[in-house]
Ligand binder design. Structure first.
Ligand code: DHB
Length: 302
């Protein structure tokens, strides 16, 4: 009932751990798989070792989270042991990469491809970085340059650019990525940058001042983005942004997602979020006599 396929991979259910959330080491990724995720995404791997921003880096507010972690990474030079530990993982591993230039994306992609992850996610949408990871996902031309460079280095491994909801015409970015050789689209990254101020301290709360907004607040934007992308491309979409329940996941699949990313929900519902959301999808399907999750994909389109 919940089994599905994404980009040629078999998933036991359509829930996928989003990048940057619990994906910072192999032990946590494996734990998320044990907790029921259909696939897991690693924290984005960058061109060099990087500490990230000082605390506070993540804050809960009324309708979601805001974060500026600062793309901390061991660097592609130091990831061998993590991948070795992930070898016997029972669910597909999605590696995520970032760079501040096309050349950096190429270098990281080539190194990461050696470890043969199931998919390589290309983070062209981080809202927080100034020099590193400038938002390539804002223009079809920049997205094309990065995706085609990565595709040339990754052989048979499918590549999946992660898009920003800030793109003025997100469907155009998705089309450019598909033309450049992308095998799937991940949509969407956090929205932002946003900002919160501690009025007693009269200071921005995040050390970085600005951060990416996630959670229930962005769900309508994420659903709209996925809906528009689905109409424009024929490659599968990993839909995410504010999915907190089985009903949210059903909605995202009806917009056109073949699988759904879970991130901020792990904050609200714990690491059990994957199993809880998968069970809720199943329950909804039973009540509505839907036999396969595949029948939900794109169901809201005319
Ligand atoms: C960070 C990276 C992202 O891609 C994002 O959406 C939010 C935060 C970061 O590491 O700061």
């Amino acid at each position: 009932m919940l089994e599905t396929e994404f980009c040629g991979l078999k998933l036991k259910n359509p829930t996928v751990l989003a990048s940057g959330i619990l994906g910072t080491n192999a032990a946590l990724l494996k734990r998320v798989v044990r907790e029921g995720a259909g696939a897991v995404t690693m924290k984005s791997i960058g061109p060099r070792e990087k500490l990230g921003h000082p605390n506070p880096t993540v804050i809960e507010w009324e309708h979601g989270l805001i974060n500026a972690v600062g793309l901390p990474s061991p660097g592609y030079q130091n990831i061998e042991s993590e991948f070795a530990e992930l070898k016997n993982c029972s669910a597909p591993i999605i590696a995520s990469i970032y760079g501040a230039s096309v050349e950096e994306f190429e270098t990281v992609a080539e190194a990461v491809a050696e470890y043969k992850p199931a998919i390589i996610e290309i983070n062209i949408s981080c809202p927080n970085t100034k020099k590193e990871g400038q938002i390539f996902g804002m223009s079809p031309e920049m997205a094309t340059d990065v995706v085609s460079a990565v595709v040339a280095k990754t052989g048979k491994i499918p590549v999946m650019p992660k898009l920003t909801p800030q793109a003025p015409k997100i469907a155009d970015i998705a089309v450019a990525c598909e033309k450049a050789g992308a095998n799937a689209i991940c949509a969407v990254n956090t929205l932002g940058p946003g900002m919160l101020i501690d009025i007693e301290a009269r200071k921005p709360i995040l050390a970085n001042k600005f951060g990416g907004v996630s959670g229930p607040a962005i769900k309508p934007i994420a659903v709209r983005c996925v809906y528009q992308i689905y109409r424009a491309v024929s490659i599968p979409i990993l839909g995410m942004g504010g999915i907190n329940s089985g009903k949210d996941a059903v909605e995202m699949m009806m917009a056109g997602a073949s699988a759904v990313g879970i991130g901020t929900a792990t904050h609200y519902r714990g690491i059990e979020a994957f199993k809880l959301i998968a069970d809720e999808i199943k329950q909804w399907m039973k009540e509505h006599e839907v036999k396969s999750v595949k029948d939900l994909v794109g169901a809201a389109h005319d």
